[in-house]
Design a protein around this ligand. Structure first.
Ligand code: HEC
Ligand code: HEC
Length: 325
């Protein structure tokens, strides 16, 4: 009997020792580094068409995280919508400043980061989405805008804030979270004349609606978005700046719990102007104010074709009180 206790004791001590070593490793190693990606990128022409397209995309996809109210430029800020369990995380200065922004990054280094999540220094950017399915043309447009003479991207020497990831964030960054591979083929957008195919591109590529509107970031499938759990059925959870939980809503064509009974016009109003039949929409639902009506219509056409999911998401705060009035 005694012996077995002794053996058990050693085993437990051994297991504890291994766990302690793993924990020490994670906290010393912090956010992991990888080899910096080296995509093949020919010189990008910063044409006026690309600058305008890039401004539209950055306004919808980057400004919510990178635009500072104090500088009214893309100088980065604290991100309050990230749950406290992950620590305190900050977006970076992406103005043209050479020391504090991205003025010294090459176009290829920017493409590498946007596609994979790995920076020119090899450090994995864990919070920032990776834009795996955005077309090459749209990625080049984003870069053309970042290089443009728009006021929000002029060199601004505000330093980026150091990240303060929690142990949990570091542990996840060393285990389940992985940077994406560079695409091996050119990424092309379908023609806008095929509304449903173009709508799918907007939902998974240009605007990544699916990333927020499926069940959970943890079960999303970045390489094959349709394989994400509860694809477009809503439920992914966020924090408002005053620490209330808000969930994304069901965009599948289920008539009761999704948008199956919405008209095209109601949908276009909700997406472009943040006004849903349930009332005004709250952050982090982005304001797609520069999106063309034709894009919102293509998204509507595509959403009619995805499998309906019955998933009732309770209305949030002010939206709920407007809806019940
Ligand atoms: C959910 C919030 C979020 C969104 C959306 C987002 N970013 Fe970021 N981004 C971050 C965070 C956080 C960092 C800093 C990561 C770090 O230092 O670990 C970052 C870092 C960067 C960097 C690297 C800067 C540096 O000096 O390290 C670039 C470039 C960048 N973002 C560009 C973009 C562009 C372009 C878009 C839109 C297409 C975008 N980001 C969308 C959160 C976001
Ligand atoms: C950063 C995360 C995020 C992204 C990206 C996002 N949404 Fe949302 N969306 C939300 C959240 C959260 C809500 C709930 C807002 C509320 O309840 O006030 C919402 C609400 C909506 C609603 C209202 C539905 C209803 O039942 O009232 C529609 C429609 C919608 N989103 C469409 C889209 C489309 C289309 C895209 C892509 C073009 C998109 N969203 C991208 C987070 C996001």
């Amino acid at each position: 009997m005694k012996k077995i206790f002794r053996v058990l004791g050693f085993t437990v001590a051994g297991v504890l020792f291994v766990v302690a070593c793993a924990a020490a490793f994670v906290s010393v190693r912090g956010i992991p580094f990888y080899e910096a990606p080296k995509p093949q990128v020919a010189n990008i022409d910063y044409t006026p068409v690309r600058v305008a397209q890039g401004q539209k995309i950055v306004n919808a996809m980057c400004a919510d995280c990178h635009l500072s109210r104090e500088t009214n430029a893309l100088t980065g800020k604290f991100l309050p919508e990230i749950p406290e369990d992950f620590g305190k995380l900050y977006s970076a200065n992406i103005t043209q400043d050479k020391a504090h922004g991205i003025g010294a990054w090459t176009d290829a280094e920017l493409v590498g980061l946007l596609r994979t999540g790995i920076g020119r220094d090899g450090r994995y950017r864990i919070v920032m989405p990776s834009f795996a399915h955005m077309s090459d043309e749209d990625v080049y447009s984003v870069i053309a805008y970042l290089r443009s003479n728009d006021a929000q991207v002029q060199p601004n020497p505000t330093p980026s804030h150091e990240q303060e990831p929690s142990f949990l964030a570091k542990a996840l960054a060393n285990t389940v979270m992985k940077p994406l591979p560079l695409p091996t083929q050119p990424v092309l957008a379908p023609s806008p004349t095929d509304a449903a195919a173009y709508g799918r591109y907007l939902v998974v590529g240009r605007y990544m609606c699916y990333d927020c509107h499926s069940k959970d970031f943890k079960t999303n499938n970045a390489l094959e978005p349709e394989k994400s759990e509860g694809y477009l059925g809503g439920g992914n959870s966020f924090m408002t700046p005053d620490k209330k939980e808000i969930k994304s809503r069901n965009l599948t064509p289920d008539a009761e719990t999704g948008i199956g009974d919405w008209t095209e016009n109601q949908f276009v109003q909700a997406v472009r102007f943040g006004l849903s039949p349930h009332g005004p929409l709250n952050a982090p639902m982005p304001k797609f104010s520069l999106m063309d009506a034709s894009e919102a219509k293509a998204i509507y056409a595509y959403l009619q074709t995805v499998p309906a999911i019955k998933h009732d998401i309770p209305l949030f705060g002010a939206t709920a009180s407007v809806a019940t009035r």
